[in-house]
Design a protein around this ligand. Structure first.
Ligand code: NOJ
Length: 450
């Protein structure tokens, strides 16, 4: 194994004893075993089976086979000195039809993972919803149907009851802006629905579900640390032309404030004229139910976006100036490598007095890694992580309430509509053989955390 990367300018000590270090994953992206042991179909099972939805026709039916290899992968987490493991529960493993009959085999499976983590001295961090709605519920409208709040509440109760005796850190939902935007507006993620008529109710029902789920957790597990996670991108206007500046404000509201502000009790951002139609979905009493006092907010930042006024873009009248066009360094996703973005996002969220604590629940990059003579050298990822962490430290030293950092992700995995092309892992996976090879970035992280 290559251990050439030794000394890094980043030192764990500078972040303090209490700083939480971890690695993040999600069920659909790693588990495989899509129909094993009584699991019901999820919207991703149905979506990936359709032609033309996923790059190269890839699907997640085997993924990294974490379902069967979880012990080996948790052993790797331990080998890399990573003390915290974030993973998600597949709703359809627990409730194959979304509601009603519980699949004990699903509960047993997650119990095995949790117990194995704890045996290895690794803390499990659970995400309850990372985008894989049971298909049976989608047939009834999915996130556009207000009944989803009750369905989700039922599911959360079962999880709290089943895992709450051992799991101390919970995240109700992952990146609501992405699963509602990509899944119910653009149609590029499951379930592939499009248009404002689907997007609007999906937003509101997701917010109601996040806080309803959080209340269930608080009631059942008074000692648990409860959070939820949000995607965010640092937004800058293309020029100082007032039209570009105003466009940037709108995009910032859409990408960085739409979900978090109602949850903090601030309501939906007024800058988003498009939300006017939302009133239809807001029922008496909702305002109070939209908010919850979370113990922490998880933020997930990868990049920044440059925004320009665009007359022709409906609703938002703004467009993104792509990184490739700007000739800046990019990842396989086409996202700009821009370390200061994480600093700016931390500073932004730090300003909300309602936010008690922030964890960076995802940070990482996809690059075209190759295995050569049994080794994977990924200096760009090491540099990316070091530079982003440097910015985290800067924010922390300025008093920002950031308390942890989780790398996205453990192993290369199924990157949604992009299939297996983007490799985000600190461990390389040969998808033919399922062989794992720790990348130089994995060794770098292990050194940092030693
Ligand atoms: C955020 C999502 O939570 C995760 O599922 C995804 O793989 C990463 N971003 C990278 O795109």
């Amino acid at each position: 194994m290559d251990s050439t990367i030794q000394d890094t300018p980043i030192n764990k000590k500078h972040f303090g004893e209490d700083f939480t270090w971890g690695v993040s994953t999600a069920a659909v992206q790693i588990e495989g075993a899509h129909d094993a042991d009584g699991k019901g179909e999820s919207i991703w099972d149905v979506f990936t089976a359709k032609k033309g939805k996923i790059l190269n026709g890839h699907h997640h039916r085997t993924a990294t086979d974490f379902y069967n290899r979880y012990q080996d992968d948790i052993d790797l987490i331990k080998q890399l000195n990573i003390p915290n493991f974030r993973f998600s529960i597949s709703w359809a493993r627990i409730l194959p039809d979304g509601t009603g009959a519980v699949n004990q085999a699903g509960i047993d499976y997650y119990n095995r993972i949790i117990d194995y983590c704890l045996q290895q001295g690794i803390q499990p961090w659970l995400t309850l919803y990372h985008w894989d709605l049971p298909h049976a519920l989608e047939l009834q409208g999915g996130w556009t149907n207000r009944a989803v709040v009750d369905w989700f509440t039922e599911y959360v109760k079962i999880c709290a009851n089943a895992f709450g005796d051992r799991v101390k850190h919970w995240m109700v939902m992952n990146e609501p802006a992405v699963f509602t935007g990509a899944g119910y507006f653009f149609g590029i993620h499951a379930p592939g629905k499009t248009g404002i008529k689907n997007f609007m109710p999906a937003i509101h029902h997701a917010v109601l579900s996040i806080t309803a789920g959080a209340r269930v957790l608080r009631g059942a597990l008074p000692d648990a640390e409860i959070g939820t996670t949000f995607s965010c991108s640092y937004i800058e206007p293309y020029s100082d032309n007032p039209k570009d500046v105003a466009a940037a404000v709108r995009v910032d509201a859409l990408l960085n404030r739409l979900f978090i502000e109602p949850i903090l009790g601030l309501g939906y951002p007024a800058e988003l004229a498009v939300l006017k139609g939302m009133e239809k979905y807001i029922l008496p009493g909702d305002e109070d139910n939209l908010k919850f006092e979370f113990d922490f907010i998880g933020i997930q930042n990868y990049t920044r976006e440059i925004v320009k006024y665009s007359f022709f873009t409906p609703y938002i009248h703004a467009s993104l100036v792509k990184a490739q066009k700007r000739k800046v360094p990019v990842t396989t996703m086409g996202w700009e490598v821009y370390p200061a973005s994480i600093y700016h996002m931390l500073k932004k969220y730090d300003k909300y007095p309602q936010i008690k604590k922030i964890y960076l629940t995802e940070s990482g990059a996809a690059f075209p890694d190759e295995i050569i003579n049994g080794e994977v050298n990924d200096p760009k990822r090491v540099e990316y992580l070091q530079n982003y962490l440097q910015q985290v430290l800067k924010a922390k030293n300025e008093g920002c309430k950031v308390s942890g950092y989780f790398i996205w992700t453990l192993t290369d995995n199924f990157e949604w509509a992009e299939g297996y092309k983007p490799r985000f892992g600190i461990i390389y996976v040969d998808f033919e053989t399922q062989q794992r090879t720790i990348k130089a970035s994995g060794l770098w992280y292990a050194n940092l955390l030693r």
